[in-house]
Design a protein around this ligand. Structure first.
Ligand SMILES: Nc1ncnc2c1ncn2[C@@H]1O[C@H](COP(=O)(O)OP(=O)(O)OP(=O)(O)O)[C@@H](O)[C@H]1O
Ligand SMILES: [Mg+2]
Length: 347
């Protein structure tokens, strides 16, 4: 083993401090060094990808990706380099396919047969299937539509039917819907046809898709974010949406209140989620769990009146821990533990 780890960053983007790094990068480098390892940061660019590949393939046991894909010109070229590195035996933290699989909104649909996701959750990859299905499911109750490409609530819409539609088998295109965007909880009313036409932009183009899931009214009690280091939950953020009628967003910008809890405070959730990890890994392609990732949950009630936790989304491409930099110590321990275990298995 080389006992050397490379952190990939990219120049620019709003996540950088005065030294040009993400605030949580150098703490991880230092924590590895404190354990007798070496680590370096490489700034990725498409132009230098061959050179970077050679260097990392030769020198490192693992890479840790700390690039927000939104800060790249083309994520496809970067992901291909990561794929090549993994094939060459460098441990991907995470593997690019895991980044794609866990991070995409349709991960929910891949987990639909489990208790984590309501059965009537759908993904639309083309406009026709959206037009075909959405008016039917909206008839059964409020929905949340999620675009894949945004973040911080952009293009995430709560959709409520306002018009009386009698016993029609689907919501007519002329019916009025009340639409609230999670970005800022602002409300717009449209006829269904106009709103659905507006949503077509989310389906077309690279990585375009819309996920359609039931609106979970207990979002009022908060969204529960588990921060995971590989298979270990390390902290919980409880995000309570602003207290107004249509508000459903857990983003800070929309006025949600954040509280930091310990995993022990959410023992039921943690326990049941841990037991589903092997199944999640399998359904999302069999890649190792990401190094640093999050899973967000919303409370629901099952048919026996018991609390259940519904998965709202997962993030893993570049989860930050700037507000708790001491976690770099846990991250370093986790990296070393993953690499030394892999080595033992391979011997
Ligand atoms: N099914 C649902 N029922 C009720 N509220 C929901 C539902 N799905 C999402 N929300 C609310 O909408 C917010 C935004 O949704 P989501 O987190 O999926 O989108 P995002 O834009 O990718 O956010 P992030 O920036 O966290 O990645 C959530 O934080 C939650 O408050
Ligand atoms: Mg979210």
């Amino acid at each position: 083993m080389k006992k050397h780890v490379v952190f990939f960053e990219v120049v620019g983007g709003t996540d950088k401090g005065p030294d040009g790094h993400r605030a949580d990068t150098m703490p991880m480098v230092k924590s590895l060094e404190a354990r007798g390892w070496t680590a370096e940061v490489i700034f990725y660019s498409d132009e230098k990808k061959d050179e970077i590949f050679e260097q990392v393939a030769k020198s490192a046991d693992a890479y840790v990706s700390r690039i927000n894909p939104g800060n790249l010109k083309s994520e496809a070229i970067y992901f291909q380099m990561l794929r090549d590195l993994c094939e060459h035996g460098v441990k991907g933290m995470p593997h690019p396919e895991a980044m794609i699989g866990y991070g995409a909104k349709d991960a929910l649909v891949k987990l639909r047969e489990t208790a984590l996701v309501p059965e009537d959750t759908y993904a639309y990859y083309d406009i026709d299937s959206f037009k075909e299905n959405f008016p039917k499911v909206l008839k059964n109750g409020e929905r949340v539509l999620k675009q894949n490409r945004g973040s911080t609530g952009e293009g995430i819409w709560r959709v409520q039917l306002i018009s009386e539609i009698g016993d029609a088998s689907e919501v007519p295109l002329t019916a009025t819907v009340r639409c609230t965007e999670a970005k800022d909880n602002h409300v717009e009313e449209h006829d269904l046809e106009a709103f659905m036409t507006f949503c077509e932009q989310y389906i077309v183009g690279e990585n375009g898709m819309l996920v359609d899931m039931p609106f979970l009214p207990r979002i009022k009690e908060g969204e529960i974010r588990l921060l995971m280091l590989n298979k270990t939950p390390v902290n919980v953020v409880h995000k309570k949406p602003a207290d107004s009628a249509d508000a459903f967003s857990a983003t800070l910008f929309s006025g949600a209140q954040y509280r930091y809890d310990e995993p022990e405070d959410w023992a039921d959730l943690v326990h049941s989620f841990m037991s589903t990890l092997p199944m999640i890994t399998e359904r999302l392609g069999g890649y190792d769990l990401p190094l640093i990732w999050t899973a967000d949950f919303i409370l629901d009630t099952d048919e026996n009146g018991n609390d259940t936790y519904i998965l709202g989304e997962m993030n893993c491409s570049c989860v930050g821990f700037t507000s708790q930099l001491s976690l770099s110590e846990n991250v370093a321990d986790e990296i070393i533990s993953i690499l030394t275990q892999t080595e033992t298995v391979e011997q």
